[in-house]
Ligand binder design. Sequence first.
Ligand SMILES: Cc1cc2nc3c(=O)[nH]c(=O)nc-3n(C[C@H](O)[C@H](O)[C@H](O)COP(=O)(O)O)c2cc1C
Length: 196
Amino acid sequence: MELFEAIQTRRAVRNYLPDPVPEDEIKKILDAANWAPSAMNRQQWEFIVVTGKETIRQMGVSFGAVIEELTRNLPASSGHGSLSREEFIRFAKTYGGAPVVIVILTDRADTGDFRRANLESASAAMENLLLAATALGLGTCWMTGPLRDEKALRKILAIPDDRELVAVTPLGYPAEVPPAPARIDPELRQKVRWVG
Ligand SMILES: Cc1cc2nc3c(=O)[nH]c(=O)nc-3n(C[C@H](O)[C@H](O)[C@H](O)COP(=O)(O)O)c2cc1C
């Protein structure tokens, strides 16, 4: 798939087929992530690739309970964007049925400047990962919601304290691809200022 097509067709997929993802495809995606630019070329990202059904189940039980509690007082119709509360909780509990979940980590930093550099570098890797997955016909969903359940995630995945959690994404073949959300400023009239 051509790069600009991958950029435009990548969607936050929240419903997956149970079909396994071949390991060489996962490695190709991680290799693309590993080629991201990074502050001071420190390549300060790490990936935890979770393929065990039981581990993903444990992650979902814990995160689902957090989301259930957080959304307790919301009306049933409001969850996350176009998702109802029930759909949003189901997504949290199952990661959409994805056979793989990837957790992106970076080095923990003591100062604001370093923290920002680390998070931005890992985010660049994350975007590469999502685009590479799209190019291979796979779905992903950049998620920071699971960070609300950080303590449990750290325990389940044995993540050491010197690593900061950046994001999580399910990975799998999409059962359903949501429509592309409209651009707020498609003509880039407000978001861009050209200086001659
Ligand atoms: C930093 C970041 C955090 C996000 N966290 C979540 C999340 O926790 N749960 C979720 O369902 N989607 C999450 N999303 C996905 C966005 O909701 C999604 O990208 C947005 O609605 C636009 O849809 P699109 O990705 O299909 O273009 C996140 C996206 C980003 C960039």
